[in-house]
Design a protein around this ligand. Structure first.
Ligand code: CA
Length: 544
């Protein structure tokens, strides 16, 4: 096939399944954009930076810290290099976390104003940072005026926006929880999957579907966001005791995703389907753009904790087979989960391996704020979401006042200031890997190719995009390993001799000869692999 025909085939295939990504305005294949080669940074605004001394992080504080995330200078490696933010809910809410919204059109007053948000968008875009906001559509707040009206007034126009029953159905959900809550004002029950303070919205009601689209349009058109993270979408519909993955959920997501693409072709939507890869697949290819890959996170932790590479790549390889264009998001931890360093018993070496795997996997990776400096925290939830550690001083540079939630005990060790100039810090590894991902198309958009290592403690894989090839080799175990070799199936690389250079500033590997069959066969980059050490090599050549 000619190069032109091959290129056209790729463009047409991309147009069919992912029309808003692959093709530039001139009709030529566009450079990989942030949705393919970027990294997103998840922020809890309440805990990021407080600009006015009330102890609560706010939007103006976040603006002051944007240079930490991305300073807008492609040559600088002093910033984290993330090109995308996910802001946990910023709409008005009575709770500290914001997942129970009382006004979808107004910024939480603790965080600032709608005008502050527009300023944030301006400052973020100036630096090449795209902003996704958390959209909580499954449920509203129990204090939302529409729910209060539905509760109090039997003739309320909002009665069918929620789910009411005259009697408790007498059943529990599959996890043994009771989702039906007694009305405080009359003899009836209403549905709220998570708790009584979060009544589920009823998406069988056309007006509710239209309202969800209106909210999306407001944030896209009026506030200028680049897309959404959609909360808890597997619970959107419930039918006859089925409280997750109901058919109506897919139908609504098709409608909602199509609507967003129709009014904002460059917007991105990523959904939370907290489930296995198998359960994620029915959400493709025509609903939201991407979903978080919880099973990839689990596989990374299993590998790093046990020191065995055996199950590391399987979820990513399955996604690569089944899902177009790497439209999923690997991550390590989010705001609902024990932080990485706590999960790894404080072992920074293992946290570095986890980061190395995460940021060399296919997909659009997400990093939860503070993970890059090794912040700790375990449940209850507010302890997973504590103030960011900026400086080596009491108060850690988060606020001049009294922080809204006590700091973690290691705040004077794990902080930005302490790690900033340390070439071996976790922070500087994150910075390096995130920048590499945008610089190397193999890491941004390349195919994941598994390699077989001669020792089960070694994870080995290629990322390859055309001539750009990167090899990742990680000793997950605690032993020095001598003469470990890696091999592949045939046709993974063009035959020839390659130079193998470290992209992490470590020792280069021996040169690699790929067989005429296109197979890597018994290649040993180093005589010895150190314990708990990761290598990211670029492969250049072959010499002709
Ligand atoms: Ca504040």
């Amino acid at each position: 096939m000619s190069k032109l025909r091959a290129a056209l085939t790729v463009i047409i295939a991309a147009l069919v399944v992912f029309p808003h990504v692959a093709v530039g305005q001139d009709g030529a294949a566009a450079e990989p954009d942030w949705r393919r080669s970027g990294v997103c940074y998840e922020i809890f605004v309440r805990s990021f930076y407080d600009s006015d001394g009330d102890g609560v992080g706010d939007l103006r504080g976040l603006i002051q810290k944007l240079d930490y995330i991305n300073d807008g200078d492609p040559a600088s490696q002093r910033d984290l290099g993330a090109t995308c933010l996910w802001l946990m809910p910023i709409s008005q809410s009575p709770s500290y976390h914001g997942y129970d919204v009382t006004d979808y059109y107004r910024v939480e007053r603790d965080y600032g104003t709608n005008e502050d948000f527009k300023l944030l968008m301006f400052e973020a875009h100036k630096r090449g940072i795209h902003v996704l906001v958390d959209l909580v559509l499954n449920h509203a707040s129990g204090e939302h005026p529409y729910f209060k009206d539905a509760l109090l007034n039997p003739n309320s126009p909002y009665r069918d926006w929620f789910l009411f029953l005259p009697e408790h159905p007498g059943t529990l959900n599959p996890w043994g929880g009771d989702n039906w809550h007694r009305s405080p004002v009359r003899d009836e029950y209403y549905y709220g999957f998570f708790w009584g303070g979060m009544p589920d919205l009823n998406y069988d009601t056309p007006a509710v579907r239209e309202e969800a689209k209106k909210v999306a349009r407001f944030w896209l058109d009026e506030m200028g966001v680049d897309g959404f993270r959609l909360d808890a979408i597997k619970h959107l519909f419930e039918v006859d005791g089925t409280v997750e993955h109901a058919p109506g959920t897919h139908e609504f997501l098709r409608e909602f995703g199509g609507y967003v693409r129709s009014i904002a072709p460059h917007a991105y939507t990523v959904g939370e389907v907290w489930d296995s890869v198998g359960a994620m697949l029915p959400y493709y290819p025509d609903q939201l753009d991407g979903h978080f890959a919880f099973e990839v996170a689990d596989a990374i932790f299993e590998a790093v904790r046990t020191g065995s590479a055996r199950n590391l790549l399987a979820p990513s390889l399955r996604l690569q087979r089944e899902v177009p264009h790497h439209r999923w998001s690997p991550f390590l931890r989010n705001h609902d989960q024990t932080r990485t360093l706590t999960e790894l018993d404080g072992d920074v070496a293992r946290a570095k391996l986890a980061a190395t795997v995460l940021l060399t996997m296919p997909g659009l990776p997400f990093v939860y704020y503070g993970e890059e400096i090794g912040m700790t925290g375990t449940k209850p939830d507010p302890r997973l979401r504590t103030p960011m550690h900026w400086k080596q001083e009491p108060g850690v540079g988060f606020t001049d006042g009294l922080y809204w939630e006590p700091l973690q005990p290691d705040s004077l060790i794990a902080n930005v200031e302490a790690q900033d100039d340390d070439a071996n810090s976790l922070l500087n590894l994150y910075r390096r890997l995130i920048h590499l991902r945008s610089e190397r198309s193999a890491l941004g958009v390349g195919t994941l190719v598994p390699l077989t290592a001669s020792d089960g403690a070694v994870a080995a894989y290629l990322r390859r995009n055309g001539d750009d090839a990167v090899m990742v080799l990680i000793n997950l175990g605690t032993q020095h390993l001598a003469d470990v070799t890696v091999s592949s199936e045939r046709d993974v690389m063009p035959a020839g001799r390659y130079d193998v250079r470290s992209l992490l500033g470590a020792a280069d590997g021996r040169s690699l000869t790929v067989r005429r069959s296109g197979a890597i066969d018994g290649y040993a980059p180093h005589a010895e692999l150190l314990p708990l050490a990761g290598h990211v090599f670029e492969l250049t050549g072959p010499s002709r």
